[in-house]
Design a protein around this ligand. Structure first.
Ligand code: SAM
Length: 346
């Protein structure tokens, strides 16, 4: 019989070593469409009925559903000796594909791309570089060629990135009053998810979404924006092409992709084009000043190692990068979610 401290130690070890199984239960349940089948059914379903609708095995489905119940992703009720399954509030809100706050696309991206890169974490630590070559056989020399290695992959990435802003986008764009900045440029703004939040929060503003040509093409084709007219796209490379004129430049989840030298280069270019009195708004998941947490941001930082050239940073590290580029009056605010906002002025 182990002592309480030994039991605690083994339970912690168990939790850490089985963490990947928990992720896989979530990913597989999303991928199979279990949450969608349960959302469409007029009443709770038994595991055989779920299996039939999915075209999956009864044995596998029952095991998966029961694991989901323990993880609180599903709820179960026993009637007449039969287990009947339903979505929980969490799965109805965040996991059903048709929910406006669904994280389904991000979970598929994590399952199909991120998970495969993480299989090479030890190698990433040894080499200090991302693992696209090992995971997918693509050369990792140019980061976004590896990330956008096929049209399908690019589309999945763009859809995935939108998901979090459907929940937290409003919070990050409202962290500071941006109404003094009528013309905003979202650098690396992808499909325009944050631009949409911005124009709905600030009736007087217009946003230019600046991204590489392949992304702008795909955004126009697959992500129609209802606010056309107040949101426009411009193609270009933010490291080399002229940047659009604006009162405020947004960099959301852009600096974390790059090492300090490239961040410095990009921020210097933004400072050069920024009008006096204009600003830059950095949106990132922020590490505590002593880098001891939060764990999610530490894991994101490791994710930046396996998937990009960058890292997550502390507010002081962003302050230093912004100050070196010439920005002043740096203010940092946390939001209720995972992301913080940092505003600085020229
Ligand atoms: C991690 S994503 C963040 C997207 C978006 N800002 C968000 O928060 O969802 C980084 C974005 O930077 C864009 N990007 C990468 N390199 C770029 C470059 N050299 N010039 C312009 N955009 C670039 C990518 O296409 C992608 O849309």
């Amino acid at each position: 019989m182990g002592s309480p401290s030994e039991q605690d130690a083994l339970s912690l070890l168990d939790q850490c070593s089985c963490g990947f199984m928990v992720s896989q239960v979530l990913f597989a349940t999303c991928e199979l469409g279990v949450f969608d089948v349960l959302a469409e059914a007029p009443e709770a379903l038994g595991s055989d009925a779920v299996a039939t609708r999915l075209g999956a095995s009864s044995r596998g489905t029952e095991l998966l559903l029961d694991a989901c119940v323990s993880l609180k992703l599903l709820q179960v009720e026993t009637r007449g000796g039969k287990a009947l399954y339903q979505n929980t509030e969490l799965s109805s809100t965040y996991l059903v594909r048709s929910s406006p706050r669904s994280q389904h696309n991000m979970l598929l991206y994590l399952a199909r791309t991120t998970y495969l890169c993480w299989a090479h974490l030890a190698q990433a630590v040894r080499e200090g570089r991302n693992q696209y070559r090992k995971a997918f056989g693509v050369p990792s020399d140019e980061l976004f060629s590896a990330i956008y290695r096929s049209e399908d992959e690019q589309l999945q990435f763009m859809r995935a990135l939108q998901d979090i802003w459907s929940v937290q986008g409003r919070g990050v764009m409202a962290a500071f009053d941006l109404s003094p900045f009528p013309l905003i440029c979202d650098l690396g703004g992808c499909s325009g998810a944050l631009a949409k939040e911005c124009v709905s929060l600030y009736p007087g503003c217009r946003v230019t979404v600046f991204d590489i040509p392949a992304v702008v093409r795909m955004a126009r084709k697959h992500f129609p924006l209802l606010q056309e007219g107040r949101i426009g796209f411009q193609e270009g490379d933010f490291f080399s092409d002229p940047l659009p004129g604006a009162d405020l430049y947004v960099l959301a989840r852009v600096l974390h992709d790059w090492a300090d030298e490239k961040c410095a280069r990009l921020l210097a270019r933004v400072h050069q084009v920024c009008k006096p009195g204009g600003g830059v708004l950095v949106i990132e998941s922020l590490l505590d000043e002593d880098s001891r947490g939060p764990l999610t941001t530490q894991l994101y930082s490791l994710n930046m190692l396996v998937q990009t050239e960058g890292r997550e940073r502390t507010p002081a590290q962003y302050r230093a990068l912004l100050a070196a580029a010439g920005f002043r009056g740096v203010q940092c605010r946390t939001t209720w979610g995972l992301y913080g906002a940092i505003l600085a002025r020229k």
